[in-house]
Design a binder for this molecule. Structure first.
Ligand code: 13P
Length: 256
């Protein structure tokens, strides 16, 4: 199966302007020196960085820049928010939607996230749609239902033509920033389930073409065994994406 392999960094709310430029410059240089393969690399940075990073990006065939959130409206009186067209205007190509930190700290519901997904499509941004269960939901066994509902209520209204452009990221909440990682077997079980649910809704062919990334304490030590799983097509990397060496070592798992 020739699904796109993707390693995406999520810088979250880290790095001042200059620090972001330094890290991105290191990443572009290392990609020139060390990236050997077809894997796509994405950096999802704070809004303040997007324009500068896009200008600095001289390896656009390998590396794309994305945002971490967008507002569901196209413009208007939404003080402090950023729209899809604004992200697009500074060269953003991707946008994270549904990250668990947005769901929990900013009360983004499945319904709001569906509107954000539509906004991304209106502005030709590729959504990296995040789903994941909490520790309680894993322990009480409801995690399959929770993940299915997150998909059904926020992305399954899309036509198959749109859905084929979505990237899914499975990020178990209990593994984010905790140093606890899902085992390769646990992650594979969920990724296979997500693909099955997509096949039931759309088609097996479409499900087989969708990249599903794993996120949650992914690092250079565990990336190889995670990425070796049949239904894992890459990673969404938090902490380790803030260190160019670690991030590149994860990217290089896919070197050919
Ligand atoms: P960590 O890799 O720091 O656990 O973060 C994962 C994440 O939330 C990426 O979006």
């Amino acid at each position: 199966m020739s699904r796109k392999k993707i390693v995406a960094g999520n810088w979250k709310m880290n790095l001042d302007y200059q620090a972001g430029i330094s890290l991105f410059s290191e990443i572009t240089q290392m990609l020139k020196d060390e990236h050997r393969g077809n894997q796509e690399v994405i950096v999802c940075a704070p809004f303040i960085h997007l324009g500068a990073l896009n200008k600095l990006n001289d390896v656009k065939e390998k590396l794309g820049v994305g945002a971490q959130n967008l507002h569901q409206a196209d413009s208007g009186a939404y003080t402090g928010e950023i729209s899809g067209s604004q992200i697009k205007s500074v060269g953003g190509k991707y946008v994270l939607i549904g990250h668990s930190e947005r769901r929990s700290y900013f009360k983004e519901t499945n319904e709001i996230l569906a509107e954000k997904v539509d906004a991304a499509f209106r502005h030709h941004l590729t959504p990296i749609f995040c789903i994941g269960e909490t520790k309680e939901q894993r322990e009480d066994g409801s995690y399959f239902e929770v993940l299915k509902a997150q998909l059904e209520q926020s992305v399954f209204h899309l036509s198959s033509k749109d859905f084929e452009r979505v990237i899914i990221a499975y990020e178990p909440v209990w593994a984010i920033g905790t140093g606890l990682t899902a085992s390769p077997e646990q992650a594979q079980e969920v990724h296979a389930y997500i693909r099955k649910v997509i096949a039931e809704k759309y088609s097996q062919e479409l499900a087989d073409s969708i990249s599903i990334l794993y996120g949650g304490s992914c690092n250079p030590k565990n990336a190889e065994s995670l990425f070796a799983q049949a239904d894992i097509d890459g990673g969404l990397i938090g902490g380790a994406s803030l260190k160019s060496r670690d991030f590149l070592d994860i990217v290089k798992v896919y070197n050919s």
